[in-house]
Write a protein that binds this ligand. Structure first.
Ligand code: XLS
Ligand code: NI
Ligand code: NI
Length: 436
């Protein structure tokens, strides 16, 4: 088989003193941290769409990146070469998982049935490559947002015929995800929102979006797909407003439509910031409500207000994120998927290696620091101390609904002003920095 990433050998852990830019300084897959290996904790995945299909185009200019696996004028041949290159990359990088949209791996044909036949060919190829390399599928998904038929949404489209098309695509994408042993399936509603309220029946659209998800749940049961379903919140872009705005609005939506038992969240760092939150807020909200599933690990740029999908580099944020994830019980079906692409000027194939190595090292450092914080109970002790009143007599009476407004009023009449305590934010910030 052709070698696409020539001159690059499998990436190894060499420790923090190495000067080799093509080695891990912190990610040591077999090193045990809190009872599990780093590979088991972090469950890194490479995404197909950005890493192999992104060629540097932006709103103002076309492709800048030329790939040797993208060289054929025949779309199916290109698809085959791209997949060979992808598995060579996964193997050389040493990740255990990948993620893809149906349309990433096989080009559309003139009809859905022809498109599905093309897809089947690439799925068989992926199945073989997975078996040969041991790389597994973290999650699959469908692209129901790029083609012009989806310009007004998929499940929220004003036309039932487009709804039917989206349903057919999801049906097939769930089948192939099952065929490839996928551990999850993601719904990202790129165009499930609106561009203007002037042409939008919001109630109808929300009801229809729920119907599409309910049908997906039914079909999942029917085919016996055991993977976890995820919703990936994002507040906007490409729409002005996306209904899956953030984890909080998805949580409310799932409850309203009786879908909560079937879905967890796939939290993307850059989407959190677009929603006016931060990555850790979204993670903490999900942990607090038992809906954390998986993570799209990337970052935005403070000065650019869109989904720039850059590789994560912030050790501080990765430490707190890993702390929240570990305290939430860690990943089960999910993992850290690098939904990120190299910058437009990073045109060499070595750049996608640097990007992933750096990002993996950032989360490996985050994991190790978070594990030490957990062992030392730094935040845990401070939080327990802060809430300790709730373990006392008054607190437990309130929590167990033994008292109401009248009893609480009498209590205050009798005991007077509550005593106050410091929030200790600066001390805790200093302590966190000590662990990084
Ligand atoms: C786009 C999303 C997308 C999903 C998968 O902003 O992040 O890439 O992860 O459809
Ligand atoms: Ni994403
Ligand atoms: Ni995104």
């Amino acid at each position: 088989m052709a070698e696409y990433f020539q001159g690059i050998k499998p990436i190894k852990y060499e420790g923090s003193d190495t000067r080799n830019p093509l080695a891990f300084k912190h990610y040591n897959p077999d090193e045990v941290v809190l009872g599990k290996t780093m590979a088991e904790h972090l469950r890194f995945a490479v995404c197909y769409w950005h890493t192999f299909k992104n060629l540097g185009a932006d709103q103002f200019g076309g492709n800048t990146i030329i790939r040797n696996y993208n060289a054929s004028s025949d779309a199916m041949e290109t698809a085959n070469m791209t997949m060979d290159a992808a598995f060579e990359f996964f193997t050389k990088l040493g990740v255990n998982f990948w993620c893809f949209h149906d349309r990433d791996i096989a080009p559309e044909a003139d009809s859905l049935s022809e498109t599905n036949k093309r897809l089947d060919k690439l799925v068989q190829k992926a199945k073989k490559l997975q078996a040969d390399t041991g790389v597994k599928l973290l999650w699959g998904t469908t692209n129901a947002f790029s083609h012009r038929r989806f310009m007004a949404g998929a499940g929220t489209n004003p036309s039932p015929k487009v709804f039917a098309y989206a349903a057919s695509q999801i049906k097939k994408a769930m089948e192939i995800t099952k065929e490839l042993g996928g551990q999850g399936y993601v719904f990202w509603g790129g165009r499930e929102g609106y561009d203007t309220l002037l042409n939008t029946d919001m109630k109808k659209e929300l009801d229809h979006m729920a119907l599409l998800l309910q049908m997906a749940v039914d079909y999942k049961k029917k085919i016996g797909f055991k993977g976890q379903l995820y919703i990936e919140p994002k507040p906007k872009e490409p729409t002005k407003h996306q209904y899956d705005f953030d984890a909080g609005s998805c949580f409310a939506f799932l409850q309203k439509y009786n879908l909560l038992d079937h879905f967890k969240m796939n939290v993307e760092a850059n989407h959190a910031t677009l929603a006016g939150h931060d990555f850790c807020h979204e993670l903490a909200f999900c942990v607090a409500n038992g809906i954390l599933g998986s993570v799209d690990a990337n970052r935005g740029d403070m000065l650019l207000g869109w989904d720039t999908d850059q590789f994560p580099t912030n050790i501080y944020e990765a430490t707190l994120a890993m702390y929240i994830i570990l305290k939430g019980g860690g990943f089960t079906t999910g993992g850290l998927n690098f939904d990120a692409h190299v910058r437009r000027q990073s045109i060499d194939h070595v750049d996608i290696f640097y990007a992933h190595i750096g990002a993996m090292d950032v989360f490996a450092r985050g994991l190790k620091s978070a594990a030490r914080m957990i062992k030392d109970k730094v935040l845990e002790n401070a939080i327990n101390e802060r809430y300790k009143g709730w373990a006392g007599e008054l607190g437990s009476k309130i929590e167990n609904r033994k008292v109401g407004f009248e009893e609480l009023e009498s209590y205050i009449f009798e005991h007077g002003e509550p005593e106050l305590q410091s929030g200790r934010q600066e001390l805790l910030e200093n302590l966190l920095n000590d662990y990084i």
